[in-house]
Design a protein around this ligand. Structure first.
Ligand code: ADP
Ligand code: ASP
Ligand code: MG
Length: 428
């Protein structure tokens, strides 16, 4: 008589969870424990500690504009180191472990070096190794492009590797182990009384990741939502349950505001004296898209009178500023642009909550709180469940704390799981 099918588990360990030898041993024994319990285990590893930052610095020590293909060759080494080391420990613990690069694991991407998107996961080699009873370790954050070059998936990309593998292997669980106990109502590094959220809907988590909550990479949440993969984001340092990111439970009481998120990595570009012709803004944004720059908020000031020129401002990730400026400079030959000004010290604070949809007044409250705190709002954008304000970088921490307090999100607040009755995560 055969027992129930074994569970397939994908476990991802972030950089801080494999930073030194002891932590690698701890992560490895957690993986081995899951294998001991009979699960088919795939572990995705990130580069150790600050390795990726150090590799980036190394590149800039030798080149002002590192070639993107070579950058990916360099950056992909960080996760390979973690993978091989963890495999060694798991072998010592008496399991058969095999480490694979992203390419060996069948992660196929497009050709956008340093920000590649996963196109396909050909997980046959992983499945075969699992069938042979092996524990499989996969180097996160990387793949192989349709041109057969090594690619990386953007900062934080190991989360996406884990979710993509979970989808391809139809895993029962996708666990993201990190240095905090789950997804919090604000970054716990800035707000000490931030509260761990038991459950967050995909919809809310997408807005949170897009507005700066780096605990899960945005693409990993998109991938999880598109493939219906629930994520369990939890601590690598203790065993308690973390946060389940999963489809929205329509029966649940929806909080007005779930979280305050922030980013201190924004830049703003202002173009003045643009020709007042239909299609000008489209042309500017096309050039930026072709340079693979993700523009966030956009404001265009329409001219008051015909024949006058227009102005346009937009925000973008600070890391993309030099590429964006170069692309705009190249556009000058084609478009008569007056001045291109930029400010690289911008930040953003956002509030996210599914309950906002049905409750007016949240925006008014947000602006009043920031106004009372003396924080000037430079740009605003909204979605049905998010309000974002671009503010100066130096005001970000204060703004986050003020909003977190004003919307009563702290530890002492009434918890939505306390009032929501029998609401349970769909996976445990
Ligand atoms: P890893 O190396 O495990 O991938 P990251 O540094 O990418 O870890 O993500 C974890 C960090 O995300 C936490 O240390 C925390 O400071 C930050 N963070 C930002 N916003 C949030 C949030 N809302 N909830 C939890 N962590 C957050
Ligand atoms: N090591 C990569 C980074 O630091 C990928 C990751 O950690 O997810 O961004
Ligand atoms: Mg991360």
């Amino acid at each position: 008589m055969s027992g129930p099918d074994p569970q397939t588990v994908v476990m991802k360990f972030g950089g801080t969870s494999v930073a030194d030898a002891d932590q690698i041993k701890r992560a490895a024994s957690r993986v081995a424990q899951a294998a001991d319990q009979g699960a088919r285990v795939v572990a995705v590893l990130s580069a150790r500690g600050k390795t990726t930052d150090e590799l980036v610095s190394m590149a800039y020590e030798v080149s002002g504009h590192p070639h993107p293909r070579e950058m990916d060759m360099l950056l992909s080494t960080g996760e390979r180191i973690s993978c091989a080391l963890t495999a060694m420990v798991i072998n010592d613990l008496g399991h058969e472990a095999i480490s694979l690069t992203g390419s060996q694991a069948g992660i196929v991407t497009d050709t956008s070096h340093t920000k590649a998107r996963i196109l396909d996961v050909r997980a046959d080699r992983i499945s075969e190794a699992l069938d042979e009873g092996k524990v499989v370790l996969v180097a996160g954050f990387q793949g192989v492009s349709t041109d057969s070059d090594v690619t990386t998936l953007g900062r934080g990309g190991s989360d996406t590797t884990a979710v993509a593998l979970a989808a391809a292997l139809q895993a029962d669980v996708c666990e993201i182990y990190t240095d905090v106990a789950g997804v919090f109502s604000a970054d716990p590094r800035i707000v000490p009384d931030a509260r761990k959220l038991a459950v967050v809907s995909f919809e809310e988590m997408l807005e949170m990741s897009a507005s700066g909550a780096g605990v899960l990479q945005l693409r990993s949440v998109e991938y999880a939502r598109n493939h219906g993969i629930p994520i369990h984001c939890r601590s690598s340092f203790d065993d308690g349950p973390g946060t389940f990111v999963q489809p929205e439970d329509q029966t649940m009481e929806r909080p007005l505001v779930t979280a305050v998120t922030h980013s201190t990595q924004e830049a703003r570009v202002t173009l003045t004296d643009l020709p007042d012709r239909p299609g000008t803004a489209g042309r500017v944004l096309t050039v930026l898209a072709e340079a693979n720059v993700n523009v966030d908020m956009i404001i265009q000031n329409e001219p008051q009178r015909e024949g006058q020129s227009a102005d346009m401002s937009f925000t973008l990730p600070r890391d993309d500023l030099s590429v964006a400026l170069a692309a705009l400079e190249a556009l000058r030959g084609e478009l008569d642009i007056g001045e291109v000004a930029s400010d690289s010290h911008m930040g953003k604070v956002s509030i996210v909550g599914a309950g906002m949809k049905s409750h007016p007044g949240v925006a008014a409250r947000t602006f009043s709180v920031l106004g009372d705190a003396g924080v000037n709002i430079e740009m605003i954008s909204t979605s049905p469940i998010k309000i974002s304000c671009v503010i100066r970088e130096e005001h970000v921490e204060r703004a986050v704390r003020e909003l977190h307090t004003a919307f009563e999100l702290g530890e002492d607040a009434v918890r939505r799981e306390d009032v929501a009755g029998d609401h349970r995560p769909v996976v445990s």
